[in-house]
Write a protein that binds this ligand. Structure first.
Ligand code: HEM
Ligand code: HEM
Length: 133
């Protein structure tokens, strides 16, 4: 497996644990005010990085590009910042909103870089295998 895929799967695993803990906290306390933080830590932190990991595992030549590491750094920095800041904002710290907006823009920049990778570079389309008759 390419290094970037391993990194993305490990990152996703950590966010899954954090996301589940946030869900369990909501369930245990019956306070669902942090629902959006829980949902986005799981969706931006667990689901999306796992999809990135799968893409790079299926396209090893794309995984070798320097842009793939830049994309990882930008995207993950955005989610790492967004998770706790959104959580704290929803727990009554409205002054953190500009930081949440900034982190969301970082996430968006990471998504743009992923689109650039997906549309450029050495991706190969392999033909489906036809069974020998
Ligand atoms: C044991 C693990 C989990 C627990 C205990 C949990 C708990 C919760 C709770 C209590 C809510 C609030 C429901 C509401 O107020 O309507 C919620 C919402 C949500 N959870 Fe989880 N969750 C877990 C795992 C996950 C995972 C793994 C994902 C995504 C892959 C996820 C995605 C969501 C989403 C998207 C919402 C918002 C749903 C909506 O808009 O109504 N959750 N979760
Ligand atoms: C930086 C990127 C994103 C931003 C800024 C963003 C922003 C938002 C906002 C403002 C809401 C409404 C929250 C509320 O009413 O309390 C929301 C809800 C939601 N978003 Fe996102 N979103 C982003 C990415 C995503 C992605 C990639 C997914 C799915 C993979 C997603 C899934 C959801 C879901 C399921 C809800 C409903 C649950 C909730 O209220 O939190 N979002 N999002």
């Amino acid at each position: 497996m390419p290094f970037i895929s391993l990194l993305y799967f490990r990152t996703a695993a950590v966010f899954l644990l954090v996301g589940i803990l946030m869900g369990l906290q909501m369930a245990a306390t019956h306070d669902h005010s942090t629902l959006a933080a829980h949902a986005h830590v799981n969706l931006l932190g667990w689901v999306t990085p796992a999809l990135f990991a799968g893409y790079f595992a299926l396209n090893p030549s794309q995984a070798e590009r320097r842009l793939a590491r830049v994309q990882y750094g930008v995207y993950v920095a955005g989610v790492v910042l967004m998770g706790p800041m959104l959580y704290l904002m929803l727990r009554g710290r409205p002054e953190l909103e500009p930081v949440v907006v900034f982190s969301a823009l970082l996430v968006f920049a990471g998504a743009i870089l992923f689109a650039v990778i997906a549309f450029t570079g050495p991706a190969r389309v392999s033909a489906p295998r036809v069974a020998a008759e």
